[in-house]
Design a protein around this ligand. Structure first.
Ligand code: AMP
Ligand code: GLY
Length: 432
């Protein structure tokens, strides 16, 4: 198959790599891709958000499938524009991507579909928002409605933090139009996990569970990042929970969207909170609640979930795009996986780029999979070009083996001020 992957991060390198592992030989392209995808595909110099540019390329090059990685082009309507030209696409139309693009919309859909989630209200007026705070107790969660690059959520421990967050968004315009409405949401107690479901408009097949590590420092301390590592499976999700997650969360959302005239295809990613035994039970009464939905593969979850998939991945995504997905399309291998993000010193704040990277071949020789997140190759050497630079994945018969292999790979890699967490998968190990 001829396939175009849209995007330029570790997720897109992992998608492209997984496609290269199918038993059939695909012709692979990435727009714009990165120095990692250039090793296994042809990079096309069109940005992911350049809807017109990507449609032009597709009309001229007639791919059998386009896979859209990041949320921005989904929300901009890339899938709608490609489908209008008869191109098969893996990813939701813009109206479906609102499940990620508007937290207000996602709440409305969940409420209508009776999906367990934190109780919430939407406000435009700061005084009304502050007046409502007292009924939520503490901590309380304040969220900007729109896309805010992962920064639009404040878990406030005190009333004054909550009021400051409301003012930042509604008065100070901290997130521009993305924060012109805020949600005040019930705090959900527990441990988070990610469930990525492959969806064909009607059916859903869950991919293996995973958990990412959003904070920059060990022990889940410090500011939020795009994700500093991940592992799969996440033992917080037991096998008994999975059918319930599909039948009470994923499928009701797909049906509710259908009722609203939206055929959702692609990945529906549910960020879930699992309440521990003896933890504070949410108002929904459910022990598993939705924290958020994303309309795409997670990053770095993709770097641990896809290496665990067998079968023909291109065919599975094509079946989802065509509305004929079946359980048989997804084959999960018994190996477990862990990935460690190697970041630029200073990230998620300011950091320098252009640092020479060494040890990539040595890491691969150890058996680690090295996915590029933010790299460039101006001449013969790889250099850093982003905050998250590499995602180093290990597979193993046990989670311990997977984590050890990932760190063995990381140990071979160096660049000036490289930084990574040393406790990936700690929650899984804490259980045993
Ligand atoms: P989101 O952008 O919605 O994923 O939120 C970012 C992070 O904030 C989540 O990964 C959670 O750690 C936290 N968070 C969001 N909503 C809640 C909630 N209702 N209760 C507890 N934590 C939350
Ligand atoms: N890893 C979180 C995300 O992709 O949104």
């Amino acid at each position: 198959m001829k396939i175009l992957v849209v995007g330029s991060g570790g997720r897109e390198h992992a998608i492209t790599w997984r496609l290269s592992q199918d038993d059939e030989n695909h012709e692979l392209y990435c727009a714009p891709g990165n120095a990692g995808t250039a090793q296994i595909a042809t990079n096309v110099a069109v940005k992911a958000e350049d809807v017109e540019g990507i449609v032009c390329w597709a009309v001229e090059n007639k791919p059998d499938l386009v896979v859209v990685g990041p949320e921005a082009p989904l929300v901009l309507g890339l899938v709608d524009a490609l489908e209008a030209e008869g191109v098969k696409v893996f990813g939701p139309v813009a109206a479906g991507a609102r499940m990620e693009g508007s937290k207000r919309f996602a709440k409305e859909v969940m409420l209508a579909a009776n999906v367990p989630t934190g109780m919430a209200q939407v406000f435009k007026d700061p005084s009304a928002a502050k007046a409502a705070l007292s009924s939520y107790g503490l901590p309380v969660v304040i969220k900007a409605d729109g896309l805010a690059a992962g920064k639009g959520v404040v878990v406030a421990e005190t009333a004054s933090q909550a009021e400051a967050a409301i003012d930042d968004m509604l008065v100070g315009n901290k997130f521009g139009s993305a924060g012109s409405e805020v949600l005040i949401e019930e705090f959900l107690d527990g441990e988070e996990c990610s469930i990525l479901a492959m969806v064909d408009g009607e059916r859903a097949v869950l991919l293996p569970s995973s958990q990412d590590h959003k904070r920059i420092f060990d022990g889940d301390k410090g500011p939020n990042t795009g994700g500093m590592g991940a592992y799969s499976p996440a033992p917080v999700v037991t096998d008994e929970m999975l059918p319930d997650i599909r039948d009470r969360i994923i499928l009701p959302v797909i049906r509710e969207l259908k009722k609203r005239g939206i055929t959702y295809r692609g990945i529906l990613y549910a960020g879930l909170m699992v309440t521990p035994r003896g933890g504070r039970v949410a108002q929904s009464g459910s022990l598993v609640n939705v924290v958020e939905f994303n309309a795409r593969f997670g990053d770095p979850e993709t770097e641990v979930v896809l290496p665990r998939l067998g079968g023909n991945f291109a065919k599975a995504m094509l079946h989802a795009a065509c509305g004929c997905l079946s359980e048989d399309d997804i084959v999960v291998k018994p190996e477990m996986a862990a990935t460690v993000i190697v970041a630029s010193g200073g990230y998620p704040g300011a950091y320098e780029k252009g640092k020479a990277i060494s040890g990539l071949d040595a890491a691969a020789a150890k058996g680690a999979l090295v996915f590029h997140c933010g790299t460039a190759k101006p001449d013969k050497d790889f250099v850093t070009s982003g905050g998250r630079v590499l995602s180093v994945t290990g597979l193993g018969a046990t989670l311990r083996e997977a984590v050890d292999l990932a760190y063995a790979g990381v140990g071979e890699i160096s660049f000036e001020r490289a930084f990574y967490r040393r406790d990936i998968a700690h929650r899984a190990f804490d259980r045993t």
